[in-house]
Design a protein around this ligand. Sequence first.
Ligand code: CP
Length: 304
Amino acid sequence: MEKVARGSLLGIEHLEAAEIAGILKLARQMDTRKPRPLLRGKRILLLFYEASTRTRSSFEIAAQSLGAATTLVLSSGSSIEKGESLLDTVYTLRAVGADLIVIRHPNAGAPQFIATHLDIPVINAGDGMHEHPTQALLDAYTILRHKKTITGLNVAIVGDIYHSRVARSAVQLLSKLRAKITLCGPPEFLPEVATTLAPGLQISRTVEDAIRGADVVMVLRVQKERLAGMNVSLDDYITRYQVTLPRLRLAKKDAIIMHPGPIIRGLELTWEVADCRQSVIVEEVRNGVPVRMAVLTRALGGRR
Ligand code: CP
């Protein structure tokens, strides 16, 4: 990997299990509403080239909870609309005093690219179909609020694996923590090559087989335009892969159901599943704040 500023978080791929454990431990210490001005005087730039509700708001709240100042730059309404390049945009943000840049971009590799041109940490808030590392960290954090350990857990990941940066980061992180992962989705969304993402991955062609005996059922977002682009009919997807209450009953009794959001009720999961007792979907969003506080503190070396 090319040299980047210490504290950057560009993906899960290059994180050691011990570093993951360290971030999760720090997040537990951050998990209070007590003011914690560890980053007072720091300036955090949130650079979003794609829509976001959860990631953007939780990074902003995390930064402000740590006493940092935040500035949001969106592709619409900024000079990006006038054709300014990504590199010139981040040089501009550095020149106005950014100490750290959080970036979401539709192109895989954009965070890595800017990180190699900057002397400040860069945090990947989702890049194309590549990675969404803070989502994987908050998912692990959420699992650990319900299960003693991730090692040995049966995790079923259901949906559009191929296009999902959430799946790519989750698979890498959960594999490093030695979960047993089964991927499930239509063949168009789940090529055999997916098993090379991490050692020991299983593929299941039926959602029933994937969910049976699972401790964790992670449902992914499915976009109608992607179904159309891959010639998968919406009705067929719903019939074969939608996570429903009868299907969820195949999982362990204490299984939790997760989804990174935004959820499309009636497509990848039913209303009943989204709101059921086992659903931790809202809790995942909540946990985004302490986890992102930990990631920012690690990046900027805030005194603990
Ligand atoms: N999970 C997630 O990244 O949601 P947003 O797109 O709303 O940030």
